[in-house]
Design a protein around this ligand. Structure first.
Ligand SMILES: NC(=O)c1ccc[n+]([C@@H]2O[C@H](COP(=O)([O-])OP(=O)(O)OC[C@H]3O[C@@H](n4cnc5c(N)ncnc54)[C@H](OP(=O)(O)O)[C@@H]3O)[C@@H](O)[C@H]2O)c1
Length: 242
């Protein structure tokens, strides 16, 4: 039997991240439950362990450089490599204001978590991902980051005026392609996932899909075969327009 894969999911204590961890755990992977609040991470890992999943809480605030390097050092010490990184942690700060009413400070805070932290976490863990036989990096994007979708006035998302959030997910898509291009000659595959509109704390549980459904695309990208795509953007139904 091959060794279990080691998978880290950021923001895995609840919502879609929790379901991604659950799905990856069900494939036999050891899942590292990234959570900025240690107690919430431990509670989530215990719930998963009760289902027979090997889940280890890892304290990780993705916006805190000290926390990021401590988590990377701990994973290196305890596991020696990382097969799967799912950059799932994300925030949405807008509360219905028009794009022209969004303060720049809100963009800065949104980008700090949704974009800059993804770069920092990926860079901190890349040496461990390179040690895995076939690393997989999945960035949790959104259909709201798709310029193709949001620029269509008839499209499903034209009515969401989320300047900071949407721009952060478009930027995350660009980050995804940059890493994929750098790593193209390696076995590492880097892709962005669109979970669809799912009922979570982020949107007051307004989305029509379940967090479990939202996890499907990311789980698939995290477990791609060797000939799987890289530099792509996928929902559960296939390729998404950028
Ligand atoms: N729900 C949707 O319809 C939808 C659609 C498209 C994309 N997405 C994306 O999917 C991802 C998960 O969202 P969700 O809907 O599951 O939202 P959620 O229920 O609000 O969960 C967000 C997770 O991110 C964590 N987080 C936020 N900032 C963090 C930080 N600085 N360090 C570590 N963890 C942090 C949260 O931790 P705490 O519990 O400590 O706050 C929580 O675990 C996000 O990237 C989101 O943008 C969601």
């Amino acid at each position: 039997m091959s060794e279990p894969k080691i998978a880290l999911v950021t923001g895995a204590n609840k919502g879609i991240g929790y379901e991604i961890a659950r799905g990856l755990g069900a494939t036999g992977a050891t899942v590292l439950i990234g959570a900025r609040d240690a107690a919430r991470g431990t509670a989530a890992a215990e719930k998963l362990a009760a289902e027979g999943i090997t889940a280890v809480p890892v304290e990780l605030d993705v916006t805190d450089p000290v926390s990021v390097s401590a988590a990377a050092a701990r994973i290196g010490r305890e596991f020696g490599r990382l097969d799967i990184l799912v950059n799932n942690a994300g925030i949405l700060l807008e509360r219905g204001q028009a794009p022209s009413a969004v303060p720049v400070e809100m963009l800065e805070r949104t980008f700090a978590t949704n974009v800059f932290a993804v770069v920092a976490v990926t860079n901190a863990l890349l040496p461990l991902i390179r040690r895995a036989p076939a690393g997989r990096i999945v960035n949790m994007s959104s259909g709201l980051g798709s310029l193709g979708i949001t620029s269509d006035p008839q499209g499903p998302y034209a009515q969401f005026p989320l300047l900071a959030y949407n721009a952060s997910k478009s930027a995350l898509n660009a980050v995804t392609v940059s890493f994929a291009n750098e790593l193209r000659a390696t076995p590492i595959r880097v892709n962005a996932a669109d979970p669809g509109y799912c009922a979570t704390d982020m949107n007051g549980h307004a989305g029509p899909r379940s967090p479990e459904q939202g996890a499907i695309a990311a789980i698939r990208l995290a477990t791609l075969p060797p000939d799987g795509p890289t530099a792509g953007f996928f929902s559960e139904d296939g390729a998404e327009p950028w």
